[in-house]
Design a protein around this ligand. Structure first.
Ligand code: PLP
Length: 400
């Protein structure tokens, strides 16, 4: 189509959204499909948060707000960072937007010029490379092997930094692997960045609250104070507070960067919904005891999925420390033949086979820039997960 800009040429629609749409289409045609493809909690938004949103509507808090967000929300975020992360920010160092996604995009759009590079450890969230393209930069993807827990090592980072590197993107706990960086590992990466004062760090902490067992969450600006001045710490209420549809994310970092991000937002979305902002004040500073229940359930589901997937011939996975994903290797399925005589050549073939034969939607590793793997989201009920895994096991048993 001639009307579409050249900029969009290198941007793909999200692989997770594509798989979820395909699953929905099959469901609509009457097929019994279990979708484990979406990165979305199945829990309902907590009552106290819903009530704060309803109260905002009732009391007429339905008008435009300041671009960075309402003062009470900025204050709640400031206190959250101090209380939970030992990070101190002035109010003009904080902004909010339509999800962490919009914060990330605003930051990239505010800073990237053509030729600027963004270092992205892979496997990575599907949207990072495409956002970088959209903002006019070049993603530099570093593969982080399963042997290293899918985590970036300082030696690898050092090799990929150039004079054009603008950002290092970090995501812990990680989508898609659930890997959690320790404070020591983050300090190791920050040591490398110390020698390159032009490199900024984007710390995507959206899964901060979802860590299990003995794993502990750390964020780089807190554990490596020498990069505080050049780190944008990103978070939001989507995952921990089951508020994906409310679209509320936030970021904190250098005041000049936040100001530039606000300029972009002021000329585009203006701000996220006023109602969501009032609800987010409650989500961030109100009662969060529901989180204990979420964590307990997620942990049980994670264990169930890991145990079951390891029973499937050709599939192998270890136990991730955080988020709500399992990233399973399907190397053992590559080269096998389906009952209908098709050779399985890639993780995309595996995902398609599981969708068509088992009626289970997963996302191929290629969408996260690492193959041959597939991602299962365990943000579904135990019954659904049991049924889905049993179907995966049965389907894999038919491959020869
Ligand atoms: N960052 C990562 C790694 C994610 O997986 C997601 C959502 O899937 C986001 C950011 C976006 O979150 P939000 O709903 O706040 O835009």
């Amino acid at each position: 189509m001639t009307a579409i800009s050249k900029r969009l040429g290198s941007v793909k629609p999200s692989a997770t959204k594509a798989m979820t749409a395909k699953a929905r289409e099959l469901k609509e045609r009457g097929k019994n499909v279990i979708a484990l493809s979406a990165g979305e909690p199945d829990f309902d938004t907590p009552e106290n948060v819903k009530n704060a949103g309803i109260e905002a509507i009732r009391s007429g808090k339905t008008k435009y707000t300041p671009v960075p967000g309402i003062p009470s929300l900025l204050k709640a975020i400031q206190e959250k960072f101090k209380r939970e992360n030992d990070l101190r920010y002035d109010i003009n160092q904080i902004t909010t937007a339509c999800g962490a996604k919009q914060i990330l995009f605003n930051a990239l759009f505010a800073t990237l010029d053509p030729g600027d590079e963004v270092v992205i450890p892979a496997p990575c969230w599907v949207s990072y490379p495409d956002m970088v393209h959209l903002a006019g930069g070049s993603p530099i993807v570093i593969s982080c092997s399963e042997r290293d827990g899918f985590k970036l090592r300082p030696e690898a980072l050092a090799k990929y930094i150039t004079s054009r590197t603008k950002w290092l993107m970090l995501n812990s706990p990680s989508n898609p692997t659930g890997a959690v960086y320790t404070a020591k590992e983050l300090r190791g990466l920050a040591e490398v960045v110390r020698d390159h004062p032009h490199v900024m760090i984007l710390a995507d902490d959206i899964y901060e609250k979802l860590v299990y067992g003995g794993a502990e969450f750390s964020t780089i600006a807190a554990v490596a104070p020498w990069v505080y001045d050049r780190t944008l710490t990103v978070n939001g209420v989507s995952k921990a507070n089951a508020m994906t549809g409310w679209r509320l994310g936030y970021g904190a970092g250098p005041a000049d960067l936040i100001k530039a991000m606000n300029t972009i937002q002021g000329q585009t979305a203006s701000h996220t919904s006023s109602i969501s902002q009032y609800a987010a004040v409650e989500a961030i500073q109100g009662d969060q005891s529901y989180l204990q229940r979420f964590l307990k359930e997620y942990e049980a589901r994670r264990n169930l999925v890991v145990n079951k997937l390891n029973e499937a011939p050709g599939v192998r996975c270890s136990t991730p420390d955080g988020a709500f994903y399992v990233f399973a290797s399907c190397e053992g399925l590559i080269g096998t033949t389906t009952p209908s005589g098709q050779v399985v050549k890639s993780d995309e073939d595996v995902a398609m086979f599981l969708l068509e034969e088992a009626g289970v939607a997963v996302v191929p590793g290629s969408g996260f820039l690492m193959s041959p793997y597939f991602r299962v989201s365990y943000a579904s009920s135990e019954d659904e997960l049991t049924e889905a895994c049993d179907r995966i096991i049965a389907a894999c048993q038919t491959l020869v």
